[in-house]
Write a protein that binds this ligand. Structure first.
Ligand code: ASP
Length: 438
C-alpha cells in the first residue's frame, strides 16, 4: 500500500459541507492515510478566519478588554459544525479548558493553535481516523528553529502506530518546555510537508480552493493557463516574486526527500491540479516558460563614477552601507562605470534620503539617481535554458506594448529573466509577456 499525506486548507474545512467533501476525497483513495488540517477558514467573502479571531481574543485579554463574545463566536462555529456532522467531540468541554488557559495568560501561539486542534479533532471523529496531536511531534529549539532530526524521528515513530490519522497543522512545541509554538501564518502547509518527509510519503497532496498554479495572476491576465507541472526551483522563483498558493517554507522538507507536491482543489477534485517535482532531466520540447510573477514598489539607486570599474571594493562598500541600514537588496545590475541597487520600498522604510546621503559621503560618486515606483517581473521556466531567441521574444513583446524597460537581469541558472519596469506599466508588461509565450 502506498502512503499519501493530504493537507486540507482553511476553506476545505470551513464548515460541514466542506468537511463532507474532504471525507469523500480521503475515502476515495485508501493511500490517503495521514490528513493534516488547517483551522476553519472563510465560508464566504466577508467571513472571518477562525485563526484571526483567536489572535484577536488574545490581544483583548492582554489589554484587559472583554473577549468572551469573540471566543463565543469561535465556540459557536465549532459547536455548529460538530452538531451538523453528528460527531461525538465535546466542544463545550474543550472551550472550558481554552477559556481557563486564556484567563491564566496563555501565549498567542497556544490560543491560535486551538483552531487547528479542534478542526483535527472534528475531522478525525467524522472520518473515523485516529487523532494525533502534533504538539509532541513537531519540535522547535528555543530560538524558534525547527529541530528537523528530532521531529522526523518523533513523527516516524508515532505514525508507525497509526494506520490512518488526522493531525492538526500549524503548530508543534518547544522541545525544552513543551509549550505550543506555531509556524508563521499559513504554516499548516509546512506541517504537511514535514510529515510527508518524515514518513517518506509517495506524494504530498495540498488541497485548497484553486486547481493548481496559474501561469500568471488571474487579476492581471484573463483566464491564465494552469501549470500542469513545475519544478521546486521554478516554484521558488515564482513564489519569491509574489505568486502564492503554498507557504514558501513548505517546499524545502519535501524537496530534500524528493517527494512531489500535488496542489488540488477540494471543490473540483476531478482536476489533476499542479504537480511540483524535481527539475526534469530532459527539458524536451515542453513549454518555453512555466510562469510569470512580479511585484511592485521597488526603488533603484543608480551610482555613476568615472573609472569605477578600476576602483577596488566599490561594491563591497555599497553592501556595507546597506548592511548598516539593515536593508535587503534584490539585484545589483552593473555597467562599466555604473552600478545600481534595487531595493524594495518595504526594506527602505522611508529612509531613502538618509541612504542616498550615506552613499554620497562614503562612495563619493559623480552622480546618483533614484528611480522610485519600479516593479520587477520574473519570467521563469526551465524551457528557456538552451533555447535561442527567448529574450528577443520577451523584449519585443514589451517594446510592442510600449513598455519602457528600466532593468534586465538573467539569473545564472538561466531559468529566469527579470525585468524592471515602472509601476504604471506592470500589468501591461505581464499581459504582453503572457501573450507572447502562452
Ligand atoms: N490557521 C493558520 C493561519 O490562518 C495556519 C494555516 O491555515 O495554515 O495562518
Amino acid at each position: 500500500m502506498g502512503v499519501k499525506v493530504a493537507k486540507f486548507g482553511g476553506s476545505s474545512v470551513a464548515d460541514k459541507f466542506q468537511i463532507e467533501k474532504l471525507s469523500e476525497i480521503v475515502k476515495s483513495d485508501k493511500d490517503r492515510r495521514y490528513i493534516i488540517v488547517s483551522a476553519p477558514g472563510k465560508r464566504f467573502d466577508k467571513d472571518t478566519k477562525i485563526t484571526d479571531i483567536l489572535y484577536l481574543c488574545h490581544t483583548h485579554r492582554e489589554h484587559n478588554f472583554p473577549y468572551n463574545q469573540l471566543l463565543q463566536v469561535v465556540e459557536d462555529r465549532f459547536t455548529a459544525t460538530a452538531a451538523n456532522l453528528d460527531t461525538k467531540v465535546n466542544i463545550s468541554k474543550e472551550f472550558d479548558t481554552i477559556r481557563e488557559n486564556l484567563e491564566n495568560g496563555c501565549t498567542p501561539d497556544y490560543i491560535a493553535s486551538r483552531g487547528e486542534y479542534l478542526s483535527a479533532l472534528l475531522t478525525a471523529d467524522f472520518l473515523g481516523y485516529d487523532f494525533v496531536d502534533t504538539q509532541e511531534l513537531i519540535l522547535f529549539a528555543d530560538n524558534g528553529k525547527l529541530l528537523e532530526e528530532e521531529t522526523n524521528k518523533a513523527i516516524k515513530e508515532c505514525l508507525a502506530k497509526h494506520e490512518y490519522a488526522v493531525l492538526p497543522g500549524f503548530y508543534g512545541s518547544y522541545k525544552s518546555s513543551g509549550n505550543v509554538k506555531t509556524f508563521s501564518r499559513g504554516g499548516s502547509d509546512i506541517t504537511g510537508s514535514v510529515v510527508a518527509r518524515a514518513i517518506g510519503a509517495d506524494v504530498y497532496e495540498n488541497w485548497t480552493d484553486v486547481s493548481g498554479f496559474l501561469m500568471a495572476d488571474p487579476h492581471v491576465v484573463d483566464n491564465p493557463r494552469r501549470i500542469d507541472r513545475i519544478s521546486y526551483k521554478e516554484l521558488r522563483e515564482l513564489s519569491y516574486m509574489g505568486a502564492s498558493v503554498l507557504h514558501e517554507d513548505a517546499i524545502y522538507p519535501v524537496r530534500v526527500a524528493n517527494i512531489p507536491i500535488n496542489i488540488r482543489n477540494t471543490n473540483f477534485p476531478q482536476d489533476y491540479g499542479t504537480m511540483i517535482t524535481a527539475e526534469p532531466e530532459d527539458m524536451g520540447d515542453g513549454d518555453v516558460i512555466t510562469g510569470i510573477a512580479g511585484k511592485k514598489d521597488f526603488t533603484v539607486i543608480a551610482l555613476y563614477k568615472h573609472m569605477m570599474s578600476t576602483e577596488r571594493g566599490f561594491v563591497r562598500r555599497i553592501l556595507a552601507i546597506l548592511e548598516d541600514f539593515d536593508c535587503n537588496f534584490e539585484h545589483i545590475p552593473s555597467g562599466i562605470d555604473t552600478v545600481s541597487v534595487v531595493i524594495s520600498n518595504s526594506s527602505i522604510k522611508g529612509r531613502l534620503d538618509e541612504m542616498v546621503d550615506a552613499f554620497r559621503k562614503q562612495l563619493e560618486p559623480d552622480g546618483i539617481e533614484c528611480f522610485e515606483n519600479m516593479a520587477l517581473i520574473a519570467t521563469v521556466g526551465h524551457g528557456m535554458n538552451r533555447r535561442k531567441g527567448v529574450s528577443a521574444k520577451l523584449f519585443s513583446a514589451l517594446a510592442d506594448a510600449n513598455v519602457n524597460l528600466r532593468m534586465i537581469e538573467q539569473g545564472s541558472s538561466e531559468i529566469n529573466i527579470i525585468v524592471g519596469v515602472e509601476n504604471k506599466d506592470f500589468e501591461t508588461a505581464i499581459r504582453a509577456i503572457y501573450n507572447a509565450f502562452a
